[in-house]
Design a protein around this ligand. Structure first.
Ligand code: SF4
Length: 219
C-alpha cells in the first residue's frame, strides 16, 4: 500500500488553477525557499501519512465528480515521488473510468530541468506544472505563480488546451488571488498572496485585538 504525507486537502479550491478544484498540500519540503508562506509543510511527518486509496476516496466524496481539476502543492510533491506517482495513477484511472475531464496541475520548487532529468515518468502523468523555487526578491509572477521566475508549463494535450492561453496571463487574470477556509478551529489562507499581504493581515488583525498564533509564513 502506497502512502503520502499529507498536510491538507480542501474542496473546492478556486485560486490555484482554472475552475473548481481539489487542493492537496503534501507534507515535507527539502527546498525551503526564503519567504515561503507554507513553512508548516516543511518538516516531513510520518504521522500525516495517508494511503493513496484513502485519499482518492476522499477526493471522490468531497467533489462528487464535479471538479474541473486537481492541484497538488506542498510542501514539495516531488520529495515523495513514489506516493505522487501512485496518486497520479489513481486520479487518471478515476478520470478515465468515470469519463471525467479534470486536469491535474502540480507545483514544485525544483527546476524544470531537474524534474525532466529525474522524474520524467511523473511529468508524463501531469497535465501542467509550475516548477522552480519561489524567489521572494522577485515580483509576483503571472497568474497562479508566486514569483516571476516560475513558468506555467502545459504537459499534455488536455493541459495545452486548458493552460496555453494562461502561460503569460497577468496575476489577476483569473480574478481573486486568495480564498479563506475555516476548518478544525484553524484559518487556512489558500492561494498566492501579493508581497507584504501576510504582514498587512497581521497588522490588521492586531489593530482589532486579534493576535495570530502559529502562522505558516514564519517558523
Ligand atoms: S515555496 Fe514550495 S518549494 Fe519553496 S519552500 Fe515553500 S513549499 Fe517548499
Amino acid at each position: 500500500m502506497t502512502t503520502l504525507q499529507l498536510n491538507k486537502a480542501h474542496w473546492p479550491v478556486t485560486v490555484l488553477g482554472p475552475g473548481k478544484r481539489i487542493g492537496l498540500w503534501l507534507q515535507g519540503c527539502s527546498i525551503r525557499c526564503k519567504g515561503c508562506v507554507s513553512q508548516d509543510t516543511w518538516p516531513a511527518d510520518p504521522t500525516k501519512a495517508i494511503e493513496v486509496a484513502e485519499l482518492l476516496a476522499w477526493c471522490k466524496r468531497a467533489s462528487d465528480g464535479r471538479l474541473d481539476g486537481v492541484t497538488i502543492s506542498g510542501g514539495e510533491p516531488f520529495d515523495q515521488p513514489e506516493g505522487l506517482a501512485a496518486l497520479l495513477d489513481a486520479l487518471r484511472r478515476w478520470r478515465r473510468r468515470a469519463s471525467l475531464d479534470f486536469d491535474v496541475l502540480c507545483y514544485s520548487g525544483y527546476p524544470l530541468k531537474t524534474l525532466e532529468r529525474d522524474h520524467a515518468a511523473i511529468l508524463d502523468r501531469l497535465d501542467a506544472i509550475v516548477p522552480e523555487p519561489y524567489v521572494d526578491a522577485l515580483p509576483l509572477g503571472n497568474v497562479w505563480r508566486g514569483s516571476r521566475n516560475q513558468p506555467l508549463v502545459p504537459l499534455s494535450a488536455r493541459g495545452r488546451a486548458r493552460y496555453s492561453k494562461l502561460v503569460d496571463a497577468p496575476a489577476d487574470a483569473a480574478g481573486k488571488h486568495m480564498q479563506v477556509a475555516v476548518e478544525g478551529g484553524r484559518v487556512w489562507m489558500i492561494g498566492i498572496p501579493e508581497r507584504g499581504d501576510m504582514a498587512r493581515l497581521e497588522r490588521l488583525c492586531a489593530s482589532r485585538g486579534l493576535d495570530l498564533k502559529e502562522v505558516s509564513w514564519r517558523r
